[in-house]
Design a protein around this ligand. Structure first.
Ligand SMILES: NC(=O)c1ccc[n+]([C@@H]2O[C@H](COP(=O)([O-])OP(=O)(O)OC[C@H]3O[C@@H](n4cnc5c(N)ncnc54)[C@H](O)[C@@H]3O)[C@@H](O)[C@H]2O)c1
Length: 316
């Protein structure tokens, strides 16, 4: 059993704690907001229910997740520290400085940043070699993938150990050869989001149509056969021809995104305020949450479920 100390008990922090506890590890969670810590036991129980866990075993799992009101206690007792605070560089720098003033020099720190460079997150650390990029997907107790990446100064041994620990938990662990903003998954995801916004901006279709197309075609295919295997499957000549015809028409926007800037300018921020790209009437958020976890569980139970616990080959 490894003792994890998780700093930031929000959406990801509490979810990572549940994923670790389900694998038999202990997870202490610290957050600056006492209400977040007070809500931790109920959120852990809800997450376990989403996993279909119940009874005495779920109670034993829940007991492995504890609240740590004092950062010093969490850091002192942790074999591995997980940073899951908001995605702002200055916040991460502040939290890492506070951690390092309390932690033993050898304690590894895993950052759950989604898109920041690991090298930049490590800037200002007294021991930047201890910072490893370990990117979980939401909800971490259901989605099997974890992406692991080194920063420019990360100790290779700590990357090896992180991959081994995650693989032993049965996670689908991929190891990147080097640090890139967004790892692999978010780069793929946001290439697609950019193109979807471009289609909206060009008046080609509405947002609901984008979702229908994805959910009824690529979403089904990609959980069984990934885009690289599919390229080989249809043949690289055809893939090359399609790319040659289509690439000049695809978005290369880097600054303005009217498809999302316009709703934002009108105060439509999405689920939290009742409207975004789509309408969010009362009850829709709960229905989406249920549909999301049920869909992931259905996919994982199917024969197409991808990935063993072993680290996949490095990506280029
Ligand atoms: N939301 C996702 O789907 C997702 C997926 C993968 C990775 N991530 C990454 O995980 C990290 C956390 O994201 P989240 O979605 O859980 O955010 P969140 O806002 O839900 O949680 C962040 C938590 O950190 C706490 N916090 C803020 N400052 C703190 C401090 N100084 N010390 C301790 N706690 C502090 C906040 O009170 C909050 O509870 C981000 O880097 C994000 O990019 C998010």
């Amino acid at each position: 059993m490894t003792r994890f100390g998780i700093v930031g008990g929000g959406l990801m922090g509490h979810g990572i704690a549940v994923a670790l506890a389900r694998a038999g590890h202990a997870a202490a969670v610290h957050d600056v907001d006492p209400r977040t810590l007070a809500a931790l036991p109920a959120r852990v129980r809800r997450a376990l229910a989403e996993c279909g866990a119940g009874g005495p075993q779920a109670e034993r799992t829940a007991a492995r997740v504890t609240a740590a009101p004092a950062l010093g206690d969490l850091v002192r007792d942790a074999d591995v520290i997980v940073e899951a605070v908001p995605e702002r560089l200055e916040v991460k720098h502040r939290v890492l400085a506070a951690l390092e003033s309390l932690a033993a020099p050898g304690t590894p720190v895993w950052t759950n940043t989604s898109v920041l460079s690991i090298t930049r997150v490590a800037e200002g650390m007294a021991h930047p070699g201890r910072l490893v990029g370990v990117h979980w997907w939401n909800p971490p107790y259901l989605v099997p993938l974890v992406e692991v990446a080194p920063g420019a100064r990360t100790e290779r041994r700590l990357v090896d150990e992180a991959c081994a620990l995650l693989a032993a938990m049965g996670r689908t662990t991929v190891r990147l050869r080097r640090d890139v903003p967004g790892f692999v998954g978010n780069r793929l995801q946001f290439a697609l989001v950019r193109e979807a916004l471009h289609l909206l901006d060009q008046g080609v279709c509405d947002p609901a149509t984008i979702d229908t197309v994805m959910r009824s075609s690529l979403g089904l295919r990609w959980s069984a056969v990934g885009p690289m295997e599919n390229a080989d499957y249809i043949g690289l000549e055809l893939t090359r021809d399609i790319l040659g015809s289509l690439a000049p028409h695809l978005s290369s926007d880097t600054g303005a995104f009217p498809g999302i800037d316009v709703p934002l300018g009108e105060g439509r921020r999405g689920r939290s305020c009742g409207a975004g790209l789509l309408p969010w009437p009362p009850g829709r958020d709960a229905e989406v949450a249920r549909r999301l976890s049920a869909g992931i569980r259905r996919n994982l139970a199917g024969p197409a479920a991808a990935g063993s616990g072993a680290p996949a080959p490095a990506t280029r």
